[in-house]
Design a protein around this ligand. Structure first.
Ligand SMILES: *Cc1c(COP(=O)(O)O)cnc(C)c1O
Length: 345
């Protein structure tokens, strides 16, 4: 077998959820959109439900329907995209709570599923989803009469704790919602870490559960071990890989491992990234190709059976920095070919 092993520590995810939950006075949900950031929504959500999570957020109704099959009837499942055309049966049958984003969605919802639970998503400045202040002012009394379960908005810059956008969005959200008798939700992971003023009744962490920035104290969740297929010696001046991307400066030993950019190992991270043999870094030699990566193991002194891309010595955020992206993209890119192993849960 030459597929790489992706190990997902469910106990670390539940520990991260508990740690974030302990920081807030209100309740703490779990955001499990995009297959729980690539880590497996069914396994992740089941573990979190056992740990006590009662509220889950997904991006689209299809994800919510699958999650309902996993979780059974107890927990609330909220859909960020709201109520889209064609969603009524799924929302109704699977008891999903759409976060209504517009007057159009509101009409669609009350006409197709009168009396069915829903929430309201407000735009407090991000200009991505939700009703703007004017639209909300016009719709508010009608919406409130329909008994919304939750009112939420989303922070654009919560990972930058001193960004002026944060207090500005907080003030806008409060202007739009103060005095209403409906539970409120504003904070993602970054929002939880900002200040209690952002917490309201329900926090919505995603990346912090999965071990990513800005939750610096998070326990690491993923380990990725890639088998070595072959090792070879190079004389000085010999080259490795496409476009002769690496030229041996000395007698060099190269290991070729069984994963590449088709497995979500972004080509852009190549020049700065090493694979690790325990605590010894072995630099990537030349370009990352589709299914293979060549690694300079000269200084290691032996031929390893596998090398590690993610683990105690290299985090998703380190790889993100190397590829000029964010940990979220590293996680959601994790390949379908990996053999997945789950610990705990
Ligand atoms: C993805 C998302 C979250 C979770 O954000 P993190 O930064 O991963 O904690 C919360 N709310 C909304 C609306 C989202 O889209």
């Amino acid at each position: 077998m030459s597929t790489a092993f992706l190990t997902i520590d469910l106990d670390a995810i539940t520990a991260n959820w508990r740690a974030l939950d302990a920081m807030t006075a209100g309740e703490t949900a779990a955001v499990v959109k995009a297959d729980a950031y690539g880590l497996g929504a069914a396994k992740v959500a089941r573990s979190l439900a056992r740990a006590g999570a009662r509220h889950f957020f997904v991006a689209v109704a299809e994800e919510g329907a699958a999650l309902r099959d996993t979780l059974g009837s107890g927990p609330a499942i909220y859909v960020f995209s709201g109520h889209m055309p064609g969603d009524a049966d799924m929302i109704g049958d699977m008891h999903l709570t759409p976060m209504i984003n517009s007057l159009e969605q509101m009409i669609r919802h009350v006409e197709s599923l009168p009396g069915h639970p829903f929430g309201i998503q407000l735009d407090s400045g991000m200009n991505r989803l939700g009703m703007e202040p004017g639209e909300w002012a016009a719709l508010r009394d009608i919406a409130l009469a329909q008994d919304p379960r939750l009112i939420m908005s989303h922070l654009a810059c919560a990972d930058e704790s001193d960004h002026a956008m944060n207090p500005q969005q907080l003030a806008t959200f409060r202007e739009m919602t103060d005095g209403l008798d409906v539970p409120r939700s504003l904070a993602n992971t970054g929002g939880i870490l900002l200040d209690a003023a952002y917490h309201f009744d329900l926090a919505r962490p995603g990346i912090g559960l999965y071990g990513g920035r800005p939750f610096a104290e998070a326990r690491a969740v993923v380990t990725l071990d890639i088998p070595v297929i072959q090792c070879r010696d190079l004389a000085p001046g010999e080259t490795v890989g496409y476009a002769n991307g690496f030229t041996a400066p000395r007698e060099t030993r190269i290991a070729t491992v069984a994963a590449g950019y088709a497995d979500g190992i972004l080509r852009a991270m190549g020049p700065k990234t090493s694979l690790w043999a325990e605590d010894i870094p072995c630099p990537i030699a030349g370009r990352i190709s589709m299914d293979l990566i060549c690694v300079d193991i000269t200084d290691l002194g032996h031929d390893p059976k596998s090398l590690q891309l993610l683990g105690p010595y290299q985090s998703i955020d380190t790889l993100a920095d190397h590829a000029d992206t964010i940990g979220y993209e590293i996680l959601t890119s994790l390949g379908a070919r990996y053999t997945r192993r789950y610990i705990g849960g």
